[in-house]
Design a protein around this ligand. Structure first.
Ligand code: ADP
Ligand code: MG
Length: 277
């Protein structure tokens, strides 16, 4: 990978955020480029064209949301970018290198938390570090830093079953960041929590993004969520899943839902989603 993360190791002491006494994550971020991505699922009752000729890119450190109606191929696209599903056509480039399978350069967060119920919060967060060449002490320090970042220090020895949905998703986010990925890839990560928790997690995610400079590609069907978070919104259409339009959100953060500009963007994106084929 390009950037300061060349050796694959986080070097917290070199990060400007660490100098400020802030996040220990490196400021390395990656660009993503989708080039003519298509996906056809074979099926008994005929094949499904889930994605057709999807092309867009995400710049270093940019926050891009992908929105669209249910079934338009968002999860399929997320899985293709993550290297979990193979595209039928086209390719995905991460900093210019084709994605051919899962990589620790990406931190992946799913809607279902995918926590290991038999591991504590700290063990879940440290899971991805076990294969790294950090010493046990270094790993533990890293886990503590991540727990602090998401405000879960006092729950480090708790088990997932005793946590609320919002807390579980914080654990999942901490786990995805622990390996210091260049890209954070999220599929409806706040879909299972109540509205109030959801807005809190959105603010926290923006803080993490702000302090780490990571590139984020965030999938949601919630238009207000996309307008809250994104620099740009990729609006998709269904049958077949494709890019309808890319909307620049030109509103300063933090964004207020009550503002006229906010409502205008929400209306515009909803119109695009509701527009015919
Ligand atoms: P979204 O996340 O936007 O709701 P998905 O990517 O889950 O959309 O699905 C897009 C389309 O592909 C849908 O028609 C869905 O039924 C189909 N699909 C998704 N996953 C599979 C699969 N593993 N096998 C067959 N069809 C699938
Ligand atoms: Mg989905």
């Amino acid at each position: 990978m390009a950037g300061v993360n060349d050796d694959g190791e986080g070097r917290p002491d070199e990060s400007p955020a660490a100098e400020r006494g802030g996040s220990p994550l490196t400021p390395a971020a990656a660009s993503v480029a989708l080039d003519g991505v298509g996906k056809t699922y074979p099926g008994d009752g005929g094949s499904v064209r889930a994605l057709d000729d999807v092309s867009f890119s995400v710049a270093d450190g940019e926050f891009v949301c992908l929105v669209g109606p249910s079934g338009c191929g968002k999860t399929t696209l997320f899985r293709i970018v993550a290297g979990l599903t193979e595209a039928t056509d086209g390719r995905v480039l991460l900093d210019g290198t084709e994605v051919t399978g899962p990589t620790t350069d990406m931190g992946v967060v799913f809607q279902e938390y995918h926590l290991f119920p038999w591991l504590t919060v700290a063990e879940n967060v440290g899971f991805g570090l076990e294969r790294s060449d950090r010493s046990p002490d270094e790993r533990e320090a890293r886990v503590d830093e991540m727990l602090e970042l998401v405000g879960l220090t006092e729950f480090r020895d708790a088990y997932p079953k005793s946590l609320s949905g919002g807390m579980k998703q914080r654990v999942a986010i901490a786990r995805s960041l622990a390996v210091d990925p260049d890209l954070l890839l999220m599929d409806e990560p706040f879909g299972a929590v109540d509205a109030q928790t959801r807005e809190m997690l959105q603010r926290e995610l923006l803080d993490v993004w702000d302090s780490t400079g990571k590139t984020v590609l965030f999938v949601t069907h919630d238009v207000a969520e996309a307008v809250t978070l994104a620099d740009r919104i990729v609006v998709m259409a269904a049958d077949p899943g494709r890019v309808r339009e890319i909307v620049d959100v030109d509103v300063e953060r933090p964004r207020e839902r009550g503002d006229a500009a906010f409502a205008e963007y929400v209306g515009r994106v909803r119109d695009l989603i509701g527009a015919g084929p």
